[in-house]
Design a protein around this ligand. Sequence first.
Ligand SMILES: [Zn+2]
Length: 236
Amino acid sequence: MRTIRRWLRLFILFAVIGALSAAGIHAYEWISDKTATSTLQVEAASYDTTPIIVLDAGHGGYDTGSISYDGVYEKDITLAITQKTGELLQKAGYSVVYTRIDDEVSWSDDNKDDLRTRVAIAEEAAADYYISIHTNASTYGDGASGFEAYLNYENETIAAMASSIESNLMELQYTQSRGLKSTEDTSLYVIDSNSVPAMLLELGFITDSADAAYMSSEDGQNAIAQSIAQGIMEHL
Ligand SMILES: [Zn+2]
């Protein structure tokens, strides 16, 4: 009897060791499978699905845009804020395509060619979103001031981004909000003739001394860029 029990004990011992090592191998394979899957997912995220955002600095080159009472050009304000916004998005890992990176433009001085080329840059880049940056204008000192955005409400992400940008800018308290406006009422080429979902921001009135002073200052431009970038990233 003793011998049989001893053999039985030995048999059970080997059976347990065998089962444990088999389970160990399976556990290892399962872990490495999981690791392989997540590596693939990370690669897919960085190469295939990183959103591409086109930042369009309004005017430029031959076209100064509007001019402040002190002689500041809209094209210089839009370029500075666009560059700062782009740097923030790139730092966060997003792809940014600019329609211009300085005062040189890649289109002729024909206004139609100007707008068509801006849209073509976005479409050729197969961009996900297009944000055009401008300042508004009226008659000097007529009291018109404030931020507004134009968009096509068909794209929910663009609408959500515009709404976040508006809230972020209002927190800066440099001006008032004139609201978000649909291009169904006021058609804009860079939005309505663009296959990339788009919005156009009018950051304030260059003809209003307070709006113009803020939009021309380094601190103001940094804060506005931060508000725009944050508003975009909240919905990517
Ligand atoms: Zn403009």
